[in-house]
Design a protein around this ligand. Structure first.
Ligand code: SF4
Ligand code: SF4
Ligand code: FES
Length: 552
């Protein structure tokens, strides 16, 4: 393995490592624009120039492989002067847009200029004008004047999505990044081009002019949009909520996880969070009286619902009760639900799967047809009809229609997605007691007698298990909206009211109880899961599948 000395420190690295990567291993950050670890190396922006002893000219750090005995200087006067010159060149035609540019605060042109800039301009000529505020796709706006032609976005579309929408046209200082004629930047991963654009040339329609980035706080989480479970950061506006018109979550960004999604996420997941602050959120327990919804306190709701559930079971038996859990719920929520319904109430008709009528989009990269983040978790926890020798969801609806089922407890599902509207109506209207527990109103909640408000994934701590058997943590970014509560707390409170306490105070208590009881999770803890997740035993092969999509 070659040894290299960078700024006086020696390091041994793998053969083929480039100077920029070796420096990174030493914690030395060499500025970069065109270099991105997930894309091919082109060496076009020249901001990463370094001095290598015994070489006559400065060398491009992102392109130069390390050789044994190499001595590199990343920060001497010669290098700093070159950086200043490159920045001066990049800024010749760059507009003075920072005060109105969404990238301000996370812009690498601003950042490196502050570190290395030539603060007194030598330029008197007019800047070359290019196209601004160009709508180039459903999610992305382009400001050509801001573009520094690093080609990251072009390489993303050529190498990662292989959709080839973007190119660099014309020459010299008239060179311009644009979609090919007649093309739109409309691939299913287009938002990633915004993330990797080092300047404010590509901005997000969903985020433009909404807030300045320095008002945002980041919380690590996992996308609930499908069973891949891409790692994400939730960016929330805690510092100026009064300017955000009730929108607490400003955007989702991919978070690097080498095993799951690397640097990327899909647009469906990226823009799929708006329900969190939507007007359709259920924000208090509710009861329907003579066709009208009426709010209840949690105490009254728990009392009434617990009593009615018990009465139904006493009168008609456990077989007259159906429970539909959801793979949208965390492992902790499902485990507490199982304890409540199976152990406290001794019910058997428990299921969680509702096959979607329309198959979800799937590809061989990240997106999965199963649009739930925890199907694998639900299977491992044994909350399917098969595990409980009870009725499946479709059978529950059939029994309901025939008036054999007297009560239904439905968590999160919009049953209309799996069955036709009339079928759902016909079934639910025949049941005496329908309880809906979930985040937002839908057809199913409208047909219920009681609605209990659940917190959303950005309002809770917990874990999901992805399709490959990787258990990953989600973290609370904002407080539960209104009176909403994590599902496991609702089940704990109902269980207590029926005389069986669950000694859980934090989601970690639920997780630890789950680990004790469910073999598949044996030996796990929140600490062991860490920020990149951990594979359940016996899932090593699926890990290869996870990686397969990323390296194919
Ligand atoms: S739009 Fe951004 S990512 Fe694309 S070439 Fe220009 S600066 Fe680079
Ligand atoms: S691929 Fe799935 S998990 Fe990843 S961002 Fe898209 S919806 Fe979310
Ligand atoms: S980062 Fe090395 S040339 Fe652009």
């Amino acid at each position: 393995m070659p040894k290299i000395t960078i700024d006086g420190t020696e390091i041994e690295v793998e053969k083929g490592t480039t100077v920029i990567q070796a420096a990174e291993q030493l914690g030395i950050e060499i500025p970069r624009y065109c270099y991105h670890p997930g894309l091919s190396i082109v060496g076009v922006c020249r901001i990463c120039l370094v001095e290598i002893e015994r070489m006559p000219k400065l060398q491009v750090a992102c392109y130069t492989p390390v050789t044994d005995g190499m001595v590199v200087h990343t920060n001497n006067e010669k290098v700093l002067q070159a950086r200043r010159a490159v920045l001066e060149f990049l800024l010749i035609n760059h507009p003075l847009d920072c005060p109105v540019c969404d990238q301000a605060g996370e812009c690498w042109l601003q950042n490196f200029y502050m570190q290395h800039g030539l603060y007194d301009s030598k330029m008197f000529e007019d800047k070359v004008k290019k196209q601004k505020a160009l709508d180039i796709g459903p999610n992305v706006m382009l400001d050509s004047e801001r573009c520094i032609l690093c080609s990251r976005c072009v390489r993303f579309c050529d190498e990662i999505t292989e959709t080839f929408e973007l190119g660099i046209f014309n020459r010299g200082d008239h060179a311009e990044l644009l979609p090919y004629p007649g093309q739109e930047l409309d691939n299913k991963y287009s938002g990633n081009t915004i993330d990797i654009c080092p300047v404010g040339a590509l901005t997000d329609k969903d985020f433009r002019f909404r807030t300045r980035v320095w008002y945002l706080t980041e919380t690590p989480s996992v996308c609930p949009g499908c069973s891949t479970g891409c790692n994400i950061s939730v960016h929330h506006n805690d510092k100026r909520p009064y300017k955000a018109g009730g929108i607490r979550i400003s955007r989702l960004k991919p978070r690097y996880n080498p095993e799951v999604n690397q640097w990327w996420m899909c647009d469906e997941g990226r823009y799929g969070f708006t329900y969190v602050d939507d007007d359709s959120r259920i924000v208090a327990p509710q009861k329907k009286t003579r066709g009208r919804w009426q709010e209840l306190s949690w105490n009254d709701a728990i009392d009434e619902i617990a009593n009615k559930m018990k009465d139904t079971i006493d009168k008609h038996g456990a077989e007259a009760f159906g429970v539909i859990l959801s793979p949208q719920m965390t492992n902790e929520d499902l485990f507490a639900a199982k304890r409540f319904f199976k152990e406290t109430l001794e019910l058997e008709n428990i299921d969680f799967e509702v096959a979607a009528r329309e198959k979800g989009y799937e590809d061989d990269f990240l997106m999965k047809a199963d649009k739930n983040p925890n199907t694998e978790g639900a299977k491992k926890l044994g909350v399917s009809a098969m595990d409980n020798s009870g009725l499946e969801v479709a059978q529950m609806l059939a029994e309901a229609k025939d008036k054999r089922l007297k009560a239904l407890y439905i968590c999160h599902h919009d049953l209309e997605k799996g069955f036709n509207k009339e079928e759902v109506k016909a079934a639910l209207s025949k049941v005496d007691l329908v309880i809906f527990q979930g985040t937002n109103q839908n057809l199913t909640s409208n047909l219920a007698n009681y609605c209990l408000p659940s917190a959303t994934f950005v309002e809770i701590d917990g874990t999901f298990t992805n399709f490959a058997g990787r258990v990953q943590r989600i973290h609370k970014a904002v407080e539960p909206l209104g009176e909403s509560k994590p599902d496991w707390i609702i089940f704990r409170n109902l269980s207590k009211r029926l005389g069986k306490s669950m000694p859980y105070f934090e989601p970690e208590d639920v997780f630890n109880a789950l680990v004790e009881e469910v073999d598949a999770f044996k030996g796990l803890s929140y600490e062991k899961i860490g920020e990149h997740g951990i594979l359940l035993d016996g899932h090593e092969e699926s890990a290869e599948k996870e990686m397969g999509a990323l390296v194919a």
